[in-house]
Design a protein around this ligand. Structure first.
Ligand SMILES: [Zn+2]
Ligand SMILES: [Zn+2]
Length: 300
């Protein structure tokens, strides 16, 4: 069975939370990996509300060090320490993250009961046989990264075909995924006939940036783009001044980058009664746009 990538929107507000929207944080789960993208204030409670265990966390990806994206880190790290977290926690961020993370640990007197490794990243920065992570520099007035999680294309055995040809599971299938033909009961079967290629899956996260010419190439071809949408078209000048995107600009990015689905987060409470309008504005440009609520999930 193909393992799915799961996203949980733990927080979808901008810098001021509302009763229904918490500060930004999205959790990506894939096999043993639990990767948190940003950790706004109160994120650890959002884990509990979502029925998720923060101790499963493997990596934190910080887009930038504005308070609304990092205030949840000290509390979360404390909780992990009190919960016998026993793995190494990897924290990634843009330039300056090592100093800021060190300062944060000092300020809150967080003893490292478990190892924390902090890395400043750009480009492809982590890779397994299955997937890799990429960081791209955005424009937000301070150092800021966008991130992509890319599950590599994989060769899968076509179980339906095996059933049809009455070939059972077993060691004789070894080598198929590597493209080697097999012999079963004296008959030769080509690997090409019994396998298929599952395409790459790309999930991108653009949190806090003004419109810039790096964002489209960075998120190009994403199956899912999670993107900030702090303003609406009417307030484009304000968006520019504060280094943010409008719903229209997020949709424009999605369209130009030929992504499959766009999920808008970092939603200002000033639009709490105009959500339909925000969504419509984006959908006029890019139809496959969605406005997730806190604790919504999706599989890709
Ligand atoms: Zn923000
Ligand atoms: Zn920001």
């Amino acid at each position: 069975m193909t393992e799915k990538i799961k996203l949980t929107f733990l927080g979808t507000s901008d810098s001021v939370p509302s009763a229904s929207r918490n500060h930004p944080a999205v959790l990506l789960t894939y096999k043993g990996e639990n990767i948190l993208i940003d950790c706004g204030e109160g994120t650890q409670r959002q884990f509990r509300k979502a029925g998720l265990n923060p101790c499963r966390l493997t990596r934190i990806l910080i887009t930038h060090w504005h308070a609304d994206h990092i205030l949840g880190i000290p509390g979360l790290l404390k909780t992990l320490g009190l919960s016998s977290y026993n793995k190494k926690l990897f924290v990634y961020g843009p330039k300056g993250t090592k100093f800021l993370m060190g300062s944060l640990l000092k300020l809150f007197g967080i003893r490292e009961d478990y190892p924390i490794e902090t890395k400043e990243v750009s480009g492809r920065f982590f890779e397994t046989d299955d997937f890799y992570l990429e960081a791209g520099t955005m424009s937000h007035g301070i150092q800021c990264n966008a991130y992509s999680f890319i599950k590599k294309a994989q060769i899968r055995i076509d179980k339906e075909k095996l059933k049809k040809l009455k070939i059972p599971k077993g060691p004789h299938l070894k080598g198929l995924k590597k493209g080697r033909d097999i012999i079963y009961k004296g008959k030769k079967y080509s690997a090409k006939r019994l396998t298929y290629k599952e395409p790459e899956k790309k999930i991108s996260f653009v949190l806090d940036t003004s419109f810039n010419n790096r964002v489209v190439p960075f998120v190009k071809g994403s199956d899912v783009l999670v993107c900030e949408s702090s303003y609406i078209h009417e307030l484009e000048n304000l968006a520019k001044r504060h280094h943010h995107l409008t719903a229209s600009q997020a949709a424009e990015i999605a369209k130009k980058a030929k992504v499959k689905k766009l999920f808008l987060i970092h939603i200002s409470q000033r639009f709490s009664k105009k959500m339909k309008g925000v969504l419509e504005e984006a959908r006029n440009i890019f139809k496959e746009t969605y406005l997730p609520k806190d604790l919504d999930t999706l599989s890709a």
